[in-house]
Design a protein around this ligand. Structure first.
Ligand code: DGL
Length: 259
């Protein structure tokens, strides 16, 4: 069973930022990545729709015999992971905005969070935020339009720069010293954010923590793949193959899937 793949899904190409962290920490693991780009963005959709889409993605990956699933999408995690864990028999790893480390380390007592509407309005995010960040100022910003630009291959566009400048304004006004990236598409914005932000502001995301948690759950369930042969990593998308390719490089097979 340990040779079976880790399944990873996202509303689109953003979860590849998590796949990269998994690859770095767990190079022996086989993986299957599913990008539901046709239905991106999930952010503005209601909870029921996000659960339906997450079910569809999960069932596809389970049909490929995945041993563990990573919900590489903050929006799907915060809205659907309880349902998925209650419904399917494999371990699920989710991703949530790293509000806790930011709240613990801030010196200015103000942190910014950029995430989708679906994440910021979820009960799980409110709970985490109330638990760890009630003593500081949290400037929440809905990243409307960012996922769409990345999914359309317009990551390094003037439109993206203008949108980010607009979204950062209230955070800079509030004197934040941490910016939390609460969406798996957003680590791809880091080079642009570094240009736009004053140097003392630190950018954090949850990618590494997800990889560490995945390793620990695999270990606990005796599912770590200890084989040293080159791992198998395959990608499926119902969207644009070239855009997915541009983020992961050309070494991996990508298949178009009509789902
Ligand atoms: N990568 C997804 C996330 O982490 C993007 C959500 C969306 O499609 O709006 O939330």
């Amino acid at each position: 069973m340990s040779k079976q793949s880790i399944g990873i899904f996202d509303s689109g190409v953003g979860g590849t930022s998590i796949w990269k962290e998994i690859k770095a920490l767990l190079p022996n693991e086989n993986s299957i990545y599913l990008a539901d780009s046709k239905n991106a963005p999930y952010g503005p959709k209601g909870k029921d729709t996000i659960i339906e889409l997450s079910k569809k993605n999960t069932e596809y990956l389970l049909s490929k015999n995945c041993k563990l699933l990573i919900v590489a999408c903050n929006t799907a995690t915060t809205n659907a992971i309880d349902y998925l864990r209650d419904t399917y028999p494999v371990p699920f790893i989710g991703i949530e905005p790293a509000i806790k480390p930011a709240a613990l380390q801030t010196k200015t007592n103000a942190v910014g969070i950029l995430a989708t509407k679906g994440t910021l309005s979820s009960a799980l995010f409110s709970k985490t935020s109330n638990l760890f960040a009630s003593h500081i100022r949290v400037v929440e910003q809905n990243g409307d339009g960012i996922v769409e630009l990345i999914e359309n291959g317009q990551l390094y566009s003037d439109e993206m720069k203008s949108l980010l400048s607009l979204y950062l304004k209230p955070m800079l006004k509030a004197n934040i010293d941490y910016l939390v990236l609460g969406c798996t598409h957003y680590p791809y914005l880091i080079p642009i954010l570094i240009e736009l932000l004053p140097k003392h502001i630190k950018i954090i995301d949850s990618g590494e923590a997800v990889a560490r948690q995945t390793k620990s759950i695999l270990k606990k369930n005796n599912l770590l793949n200890t084989e040293t042969i080159i791992s198998n990593n395959s990608f499926y998308t119902n969207g644009n193959l070239e855009i997915l390719n541009s983020l992961i490089g050309t070494n991996y097979p990508i298949e178009y899937l009509d789902f």
